[in-house]
Design a protein around this ligand. Structure first.
Ligand SMILES: NC(=O)c1ccc[n+]([C@@H]2O[C@H](COP(=O)([O-])OP(=O)(O)OC[C@H]3O[C@@H](n4cnc5c(N)ncnc54)[C@H](O)[C@@H]3O)[C@@H](O)[C@H]2O)c1
Ligand SMILES: O=P(O)(O)OC[C@@H](O)[C@@H](O)[C@H](O)[C@H](O)CO
Length: 537
């Protein structure tokens, strides 16, 4: 069986194989979507295909909505080539913790377009963005996708070029987005919501800041009128709702490929693109999923509440997101990523059988994270961590790896741990010197950057935009030799990476000391973790 449009004519065959199938006419929905689009999504990665596309499919199946989603890819065009070869269809595989598996054939994605100004797709995208029917553009483009500046806070050269050349010649990712918004404004100041769904604190504000920075520069350089800035600043015209998204969606796994091949599918192999996206005709993820979105949609929105997605106010979203991204899930994930790579693991589930690592993430979540969590009310933080540790990370059927989660760590530390550090510093009751797990994770990241594991074996670092800058700092350091600390000391003052100068925060020396201990020879990483875990402060 091939995954392509013909399969939609063989729904019974799929149902017999245990599949849930679309209950709408794919071609009709596609035609309607391209004529009267409501939802465009930027970032054709795995999470969107595993969570949001199935949610929209549910609305289509129930007859609550009648259009699909247009997926736009602006960073890795190879993803589009791969997914178009399956006629835009996706198989969503849900791996439940009791071993049950759900298969859904998802056909709610009506098109994949490249945000390439030299392609005909771009013309299509311009027309879609000027449609009065368009209600939202959502984003899962990773944290680095929102950044206009480098590590030193200087604008990237391609962003500076965009400032100078204006909307008609924009070539940076966010420059092209703002130029599309200029066209929507010119088409009659049409309203729209821009919804970031990436794991970042205050993700809506970060997207808004990036968009406004470009727009203001263009106004300064006389490319856009003051009214365009007013349009972007008016929540009844353009809104930037905040959101929290949660569903562990590992890279497509070969075991899942085999499961689909056993059902009779061919051509299921996952591929790694040149830009290191892992893409396959299927996506695989856990059963648990949460999406909480600020209800701020000036042109209306899909009725996603019918699929369990929660719409609420900004304060609640912020509280849930702070809970998940800065204390109760992502910091635990980052700790398992760093130490998993150092201790030779290739599976999160296997790491959850390592008593030291479980003790480390419990210390991080329950002891150090929970005290700064503001109760979001709609989810209990303690129950949330319990579920993360006892059910989700321990799910043996989820093929997640520390290597996936270690990607882009330099972009995440400021959010995953910096927010908690700041809360400790601001608090009158809490004492930053009480923290043991957070300094250990920072030190672990420095040790990780040596790209030598705890057995002394070289390993491959996961992709990260700062690797070329960071690895030379560690290149002269060898296990068992005295380490050169000057450049590392300077690194720890970097607020863009850590969210705060770690020396000003009062933990810089401890991080350096733990790092030094972990470089004393093979086995020193494990020994340092155990020492920290037994030392009570
Ligand atoms: N996978 C998960 O478990 C999960 C869960 C919750 C939230 N998220 C959020 O979603 C993001 C994407 O996850 P995914 O699983 O889809 O990853 P993925 O690797 O499958 O896809 C990443 C997407 O981001 C794009 N991208 C990467 N760098 C970019 C850049 N510099 N500029 C613009 N676009 C860029 C890629 O082209 C691709 O579309 C994560 O970074 C995270 O913030 C992921
Ligand atoms: O890519 P990140 O760091 O934002 O996070 C890596 C994982 O923690 C992330 O992908 C989780 O699986 C996700 O945040 C769970 O909802």
């Amino acid at each position: 069986m091939e995954l392509n449009k013909n399969i939609l004519k063989e729904k019974n065959r799929l149902i017999e194989s245990g599949f849930n199938v679309p209950e709408f006419d794919y071609e009709e929905v596609k035609k309607r979507t391209m004529k009267k689009p409501k939802w465009i999504h930027f970032g054709a990665g795995n999470i969107f295909r595993a969570f949001l596309a199935p949610a929209q499919q549910e609305l289509l199946n129930k007859g609550i909505d009648d259009t699909g989603i247009v997926m736009v890819e602006g960073y890795d065009y190879e993803i589009v080539d791969v997914l178009q070869s399956f006629d835009d269809l996706t198989i969503n595989v849900t791996l439940k913790s009791n071993g049950d598996v759900n298969y859904d054939l998802v056909s709610s994605i009506s098109a994949y377009l490249k945000m390439d100004t030299h392609s005909s797709d771009y013309q299509t995208l311009r027309e879609l963005v000027q449609s009065p029917s368009l209600q939202l553009i959502s984003f899962t483009i990773t944290e680095k996708g929102y950044s206009l500046t480098n590590n030193n806070g200087d604008f990237y050269p391609h962003v500076l070029e965009d400032f100078k050349n204006g909307p008609k010649h924009a070539e940076s990712y966010l420059g092209k987005l703002v130029s599309l918004l200029v066209e929507r404004f010119d088409a009659g100041k049409l309203p729209l919501a821009l919804v970031s769904m990436d794991n970042m604190s205050e993700n809506g504000r970060k997207l808004e800041e990036a968009v406004l920075t470009i727009a203001e520069q263009w106004h300064k350089n006389d490319f856009v009128a003051k009214e365009f800035l007013e349009y972007l600043n008016d929540k009844n015209s353009v809104s930037f709702p905040w959101s929290m998204i949660d569903k562990i969606t590992p890279r497509p796994d070969v075991q899942v490929q085999r499961m689909l091949e056993d059902i009779g599918f061919s051509n299921m192999s996952p591929q790694e693109t040149e830009r290191h996206t892992f893409v396959a005709p299927y996506v695989n993820g856990e059963e648990t999923q949460y999406l909480i979105i600020e209800d701020l949609f000036p042109n209306g929105r899909p009725q996603l509440e019918e699929t369990g997605i929660i719409f609420t106010n900004k304060e609640t979203v912020n509280a849930v997101e702070t809970m998940k991204v800065t204390t109760c899930l992502n910091p635990l994930h980052t700790a398992l990523a760093i130490y998993g790579c150092l201790l030779g693991y290739t599976s999160i589930y296997q790491e959850m059988k390592d008593e030291d690592l479980v003790a480390l993430i419990k210390l991080l979540g329950y002891d150090e994270g929970l005290p700064v969590v503001k109760d979001p009310k709609i989810i209990d933080p303690k129950e949330f961590i319990d579920e993360v540790i006892n059910v989700r990370l321990s799910n043996p059927f989820i093929p997640d790896t520390p290597q996936r989660i270690a990607s882009d760590t330099s972009q995440k530390l400021s959010v995953r741990f910096g927010e908690t550090l700041k809360s400790y510093i601001q608090s009158e009751e809490l004492d930053v010197t009480f923290l043991r797990a957070i300094p250990l994770v920072y030190a672990g990241w420095l040790r990780y950057l040596m790209a030598v594991d705890d057995n002394g074996e070289v390993f491959q670092l996961s992709p990260d935009p700062l690797l070329t800058e960071l690895t030379p700092i560690f290149s002269n350091n060898e296990l068992g030799e005295k380490v050169e600390l000057d450049a590392i000391q300077k690194l720890l003052t970097n607020e863009k990476i850590f969210g705060i100068d770690l020396f000003k925060a009062g933990i810089g020396n401890e991080v350096l000391q733990l790092f030094e201990e972990m470089t004393s020879g093979p086995g020193a990483v494990r020994a340092t973790i155990q020492k920290v875990l037994t030392n009570k402060k």
